[in-house]
Write a protein that binds this ligand. Structure first.
Ligand code: MEV
Length: 307
């Protein structure tokens, strides 16, 4: 048995979907919720054993992200197929907007490279996982694999080197789960169809989201939580306009706002999955968390920025 390796989940604070069209987005890692992988020797080649979904993938399978990822790692490092089973388990709900597919792929990448004795840099892991993400998401922007491989807040534009930035204070977040599993591939393709039908209108929405992301970044750097909250609200309205919200997301957002959230929005692909709300203080965060869980939803508290 070979020591456990892990990868965090992620939350997009601003700019999801618009980021697929070349606009900037901001994402943070959720270090308390992780995917884990550990390996043990086997007699018959490489198997990835996804324990949570009860599925096993062999190296030669080509229609899943884990086999494609393992093939790329072996090609890059010039190793033959090892006799190895990589066990995989994740605390991240699938189809929830928290980067479950990129986090599990990153954990598998780390387990395999560790077994091979190869030290891959964050940017190399991110690139390998990006190729595997195409199997799951179709046309991913690359933001999920980036924030997860680097495990730090990023300002991201597709095809460019990700930038990090310094939050001006600690920001307290509550993640609320609709419990509705949603496919990012489907919502991304829905947005593309809407964009093909009405390019002028959709480009206008993406420009607005870009303005919000830039203002949101400045507000994070200035430690201006009220402004960050306002930008989150505006971002959610625009995500509604481009067609990726869901009535359960809107319900959760109302609960969070009624309990005192400074702002709230869906996060990730939408169509279900999670929303993220911002609280002014740790005790406000607890209050909002309580309101969401008492309404019967799963919730999670996290924070970013200096403590
Ligand atoms: C998914 O976490 C974020 C989207 O913008 C898709 C992507 O960037 O690949 C919806």
């Amino acid at each position: 048995m070979n020591g456990q390796v892990t990868a965090p989940g992620k939350i997009i604070l601003f700019g999801e979907h618009a980021v697929v069209y070349g606009k900037p987005a901001i994402a943070i890692p959720v270090s308390g919720m992780r995917a884990s992988a550990w390996s043990e020797s086997s007699k018959e080649g490489l198997t990835i054993n996804a324990l949570d979904i009860g599925q096993k993938f062999k190296l030669k399978d080509s229609n899943n992200q884990f086999s494609v990822l393992a093939q790329s790692v072996l090609a890059k490092t010039n190793f033959n197929e090892p006799n190895l089973t990589i066990n995989l388990s994740s605390k991240l709900p699938q189809g929830s907007g928290m980067g479950s597919s990129a986090a599990t792929a990153t954990a598998v990448c780390r387990a395999l490279s560790k077994h091979l004795g190869v030290d891959l840099e964050a940017n190399e892991i991110s690139e390998l996982v990006f190729d595997a993400e195409k199997i799951v998401h179709g046309t991913p922007s690359g933001i999920d694999n980036t924030v997860i491989a680097y495990e730090m807040p990023v300002y991201f534009i597709k095809g460019k080197k990700p930038k990090t930035f310094e939050p001006g204070r600690e920001f307290f977040l509550i993640i609320g789960d609709t419990g509705i599993e949603a496919s990012t591939k489907k919502t991304v393709s829905k947005v593309r169809k809407n964009w093909q039908k009405e390019p002028g209108l959709m480009d206008g929405y993406f420009d607005e989201i870009e303005r919000i992301t830039e203002n949101g970044k400045k507000a994070i750097e200035n430690g201006d939580s009220k402004m960050v909250g306002e930008m989150m609200d505006e971002n959610h309205d625009l995500l509604n306009s481009i067609g990726v919200s869901h009535e359960e997301l809107d319900k959760l957002i109302d609960i969070a706002k009624d309990a005192g959230a400074l702002g709230a929005k869906l996060t990730g692909g939408g169509g279900g999955g999670n929303m993220v709300a911002l609280a002014e203080t740790k005790s406000e965060q607890k209050k909002i968390y309580k309101a969401i869980t008492e309404a019967g939803y799963r919730a999670y508290q996290t924070s970013f920025g200096e403590e």
